[in-house]
Design a protein around this ligand. Structure first.
Ligand code: C2E
Ligand code: MG
Ligand code: MG
Ligand code: MG
Length: 291
């Protein structure tokens, strides 16, 4: 005898869910004050040429040092800031601070290469062009000093307006990289539609590389495809020497990852740049960087 169909489950608004909502509101309020209180910091993770280990530039990664909670990861607060629109002001601060930091290093006689800045979809508005022009002008930097990292999901909308803004910036000499390649949707069509300079292979492809023949085949195919479109390839999340050597053999152009260096604050990065001035190819020899 079959049981009568049960009622659909009832969703309770639990104490835990209530706490989560409050937590989110708190963070949102704190985010409003983050700039005024000076709680944001930039971290810099160096990028190296695969062929000879030469330092070429660094990715800028945002850090929030919350007075009570300590360090909050960008993977937590950036989506929040995107949904409230706060990312526009925060992103402007990141670009301006990156420009100022480049200028400080250049004035100190160091060779910082380029800085790659992550952009959110929300930032891709008409005024982005003006902002970037002003960052370059205020710090007397050439357009090649900045690379803009965008994820393929940004291009999902296919807004003519976004494409126009990106196209104009590209025409002015700014470089673009497609971040987290392979984790978004229908990547290949974006590669045709927009002229990127580099493609960053997501670390979820790099991690299994040495143990998984299919992962290796995928990376090999990505590199071949990128090269046939005249794109350079950066491998993200290189953590072991075996991965590094594998990626070199597959023809990857640039490397970034904990093996070579973790993201560093400006002070530690200055020390690193000072060292590169003496020793421009820190792992051209089998010597890896450590902090
Ligand atoms: P992303 O742009 O893909 O940045 C790479 C992330 O991988 C960084 O995490 C970096 O610290 C981490 N990473 C680098 N090497 C390794 C490695 O060898 N192993 C592992 N396990 N991780 C590695 P982070 O700093 O937590 O940033 C996370 C994400 O937050 C970034 O991913 C980016 O999407 C976003 N983000 C960071 N800063 C900004 C920013 O200023 N603006 C925007 N819009 N997004 C940002
Ligand atoms: Mg990035
Ligand atoms: Mg990435
Ligand atoms: Mg990634």
């Amino acid at each position: 005898q079959a049981k009568k169909p049960g009622r659909p489950p009832i969703c309770f608004f639990t104490a835990e869910m209530n706490a989560q909502v409050h937590e989110r509101l708190r963070l949102e309020q704190d985010l409003n004050k983050v700039l005024a209180r000076g709680e944001l910091q930039l971290a810099f993770q160096p990028i190296f040429r695969a062929e000879d280990g030469a330092y070429v530039g660094a990715e800028v990664l945002l850090r929030w040092l919350h007075p009570e909670r300590g360090f909050i990861s960008p993977t937590t607060f950036i989506p929040l800031a995107e949904s409230t629109g706060q990312i526009v002001a925060i992103g402007e601060w990141v670009l301006r601070e990156a420009g100022r930091q480049l200028r400080r290093w250049l004035n100190a006689g160091l060779a910082p290469g380029y800085l790659a800045v992550n952009l959110s979809r929300v930032q891709l508005r008409e005024d982005l062009e003006q902002l970037i022009r002003s960052v370059l002008h205020d710090n007397a930097l050439p357009p090649q000093a900045l690379e803009l990292e965008i994820t393929e999901n940004i291009l999902l909308d296919d807004h003519q307006q976004i494409n126009a803004v990106l196209g104009r910036l590209h025409g002015q000499g700014l470089r673009f990289s497609l971040d987290d390649f392979g984790t978004g949707y229908s990547s290949l069509s974006y590669l045709r539609r927009f002229s990127f300079d580099t493609l960053k292979i997501d670390r979820s492809f790099v991690a299994p590389l040495c143990d998984d023949a299919e992962a290796a085949a995928l990376v090999r195919a990505i590199v071949a495809m990128a090269h046939s479109l005249s794109l350079k390839v950066i491998a993200e999340g290189v953590e072991t020497r075996a991965q590094l050597e594998f990626l070199q053999a597959l023809g990857c152009d640039y490397m970034q990852g904990y093996l070579l260096s973790r993201p560093l604050d400006a002070e530690h990065f200055t020390t690193l740049l000072t060292r590169f001035a003496r020793e421009p190819q820190p792992w051209g020899s089998p010597q890896v960087l450590v902090q």
